[in-house]
Design a protein around this ligand. Structure first.
Ligand SMILES: Nc1nc2c(c(=O)[nH]1)N[C@H]1C(S)=C(S)[C@@H](COP(=O)(O)O)O[C@H]1N2
Ligand SMILES: [Mo]
Length: 416
C-alpha cells in the first residue's frame, strides 16, 4: 500500500517534470537534454531555479518514513508519509489535538534535523540585509502563541469518490487531515524586518529542508499578517520531527502546504515567484494545489484559503447502541469564526447544534446535539456557516486533484 502510493506520487511528479521540460524547451529553445543537464547542475532556466527534482527512489518506501508512532487506533494510514487523525479518538472535551494524534501529511520522508546546526537564511532582492538566524536567535525574539488549524487542501478528498462517484488523485482522506494546536513562535513579519524588508517586496517563499525542498510563495500581505508565524512550539512542547522540527511556518486559514515544515530558507522577491506546489506564475500545467477540471478555467485556479467543513466525532461509518445520545462534532473555516452549525438526521429538518467551546478565527468550534437513536441504518449530516456567510454546499464541482471538498458529508450510522 505504502509502496504503491509512493510509486504513484513519483509517477505524477515525473509526469509534471516532463510537462515542465516540454514547456521550457518551447520557451527557451534549448533541447530537452540540455535542460536536464542544466537542471542537474542547479542552473537557473528561464525564471525558475531547479535544485533537486521531485522524484522518489522506490527504496524510500522501505525506510522508516515518519518518526512518531502511528498506530491504527489513532490514525488511518493513507499511503506514503500520510496519516489521518481518527475523529472518534480525540477526547470530546479537549479543544486541541494532542501532538501524538496530529495528522501527518508530507510529500517525502521526515528529515532528521539538528537544532544546534540548523540555520534559517532570509535573502532575495526584496530585502536590504540578507541574514542567517540560528535556533537560539529565533527563540530570542518576542514569542507569540495562537490556536489555529493546519488543514490539508485535500482534506475530505475521499468523499468525491464516496458521495459523487468521482475519482480524484491522491490520499483518500475522510475529514481527519486537519488538526488544531496551540502554536508558539515569532511573527514572520518581525523576522522579515530584521532582514531589511523593502517596500517593493511582493512574494515570500519559505522552503523546506526535506529532500523535495517543498516550497510555496505567499503574497507579502499574507506574510505580514499578525498571526503568520515561524513556529517552534506545538501545544507547549518543541515541534515533533514530523511536524517540522526545529521550525515551521504557520499560515493561518490557508491550504496546509503553505505552512512549510523544516524551513531553512526564505526568499523575498520583487516579482512573483514560481513553485510546482502552486503559484501565480506559469507554467500552470505542472503545478499541484490548483483546481483543474471542467468547472474551472484551463490554467486552473490557485488555492489559498480553506473553506467551511464539519465533522462528527464518530468512526466513519459508526455503530451505536439504541437510545439517547449526545453527539459531538467540530466545524471550521479558513475565513474566520463559525457563526452556527446545524444537524439533520435521515434527511429531516435542520436543527441548531449547541456551540460548546472557544471559537477563534481559522481554528474550530466544538458543538453538541442530542439524538434519540432508533435501531436501523441512519445518515447524519452537519453543516456550518462562518462569519463571512460562507456555508457548506450539497456538492462540489469536481477537480482533478480532489481539493476543497466542503460539501455536507453523509455520515452513516448503524443503531443496534
Ligand atoms: N517542507 C514541507 N512542508 C510541508 C509539507 C511537506 O511535504 N514538506 N507538507 C505540507 C502539507 S501538504 C500539509 S497539509 C502540512 C501538514 O502538516 P502536518 O504534517 O504537520 O500535519 O504541511 C505542509 N508543509
Ligand atoms: Mo496538504
Amino acid at each position: 500500500m505504502r509502496n504503491d502510493e509512493l510509486k504513484k506520487e513519483a509517477i505524477y511528479n515525473q509526469e509534471r517534470q516532463e510537462q515542465y521540460l516540454w514547456h521550457q524547451s518551447r520557451v527557451t529553445g534549448l533541447s530537452r537534454r540540455r535542460l536536464l543537464q542544466l537542471m542537474a547542475a542547479g542552473v537557473v532556466v528561464g525564471r525558475q531555479a531547479w535544485g533537486r527534482t521531485s522524484v522518489f527512489q522506490d527504496s524510500a518506501a522501505d525506510l522508516p518514513c515518519v518518526v512518531k508512532p502511528t498506530p491504527p487506533e489513532l490514525f488511518i494510514a493513507r499511503g506514503g508519509a500520510n496519516y489521518e487523525m481518527r475523529f472518534d479518538v480525540i477526547p470530546h472535551h479537549q479543544y486541541l489535538v494532542p501532538n501524538e494524534l496530529f495528522f501527518i501529511r508530507s510529500h517525502d520522508c521526515t528529515p532528521r534535523l539538528d537544532a544546534d546546526s540548523w540555520k534559517l537564511r532570509i535573502d532575495g532582492e526584496g530585502v536590504d540585509n540578507p541574514i542567517e538566524l540560528s535556533y537560539g536567535d529565533i527563540l530570542g525574539l518576542e514569542a507569540v502563541t495562537v490556536r489555529r488549524f493546519v488543514e490539508c487542501a485535500g482534506n475530505g478528498r475521499g468523499f468525491f469518490n464516496i458521495q459523487q462517484h468521482q475519482n480524484a488523485l491522491g490520499a483518500q482522506w475522510f475529514l481527519g487531515a486537519i488538526g488544531v494546536a496551540e502554536w508558539t513562535g515569532v511573527r514572520l513579519s518581525d523576522v522579515l524586518q530584521l532582514a531589511g524588508l523593502k517596500d517593493t517586496a511582493v512574494d515570500v517563499m519559505p522552503e523546506g529542508l526535506d529532500d523535495l525542498h517543498v516550497r510555496r510563495p505567499i503574497p507579502i500581505e499574507k506574510a505580514l499578517e499578525e498571526d503568520t508565524l515561524l513556529v517552534y512550539g506545538m501545544n507547549g512542547k518543541p515541534l515533533l520531527e514530523d511536524h517540522g522540527f526545529p521550525v515551521r511556518v504557520l499560515v493561518p486559514g490557508w491550504v496546509g502546504v503553505a505552512s512549510i515544515k523544516w524551513v531553512g530558507h526564505i526568499q523575498v522577491s520583487q516579482t512573483p515567484l514560481f513553485s510546482p506546489f502552486g503559484s501565480t506564475v506559469p507554467p500552470f500545467e505542472n503545478q499541484t494545489y490548483r483546481l483543474f477540471g471542467d468547472a474551472y478555467p484551463p490554467e486552473g485556479i490557485l488555492l489559498t484559503r480553506q473553506n467551511v467543513k464539519s465533522a462528527f466525532e464518530l468512526p466513519f461509518p459508526a455503530k451505536l447502541a439504541a437510545g439517547k445520545h449526545i453527539l459531538h462534532g467540530r466545524s471550521w473555516s479558513g475565513n474566520g469564526r463559525i457563526r452556527h452549525v446545524q444537524v439533520s438526521f435521515d434527511g429531516g429538518e435542520w436543527r441548531r447544534a449547541h456551540l460548546r467551546s472557544e471559537n477563534p478565527p481559522t481554528a474550530w468550534v466544538r458543538w453538541i446535539i442530542g439524538w434519540e437513536a432508533e435501531p436501523g441504518e441512519h445518515v447524519l449530516r452537519a453543516r456550518a456557516i462562518d462569519e463571512t456567510g460562507e456555508e457548506q454546499p450539497e456538492a462540489v464541482p469536481f477537480n482533478r486533484f480532489g481539493y476543497v471538498f466542503d460539501a455536507i458529508v453523509n455520515h452513516p450510522v448503524t443503531i443496534e
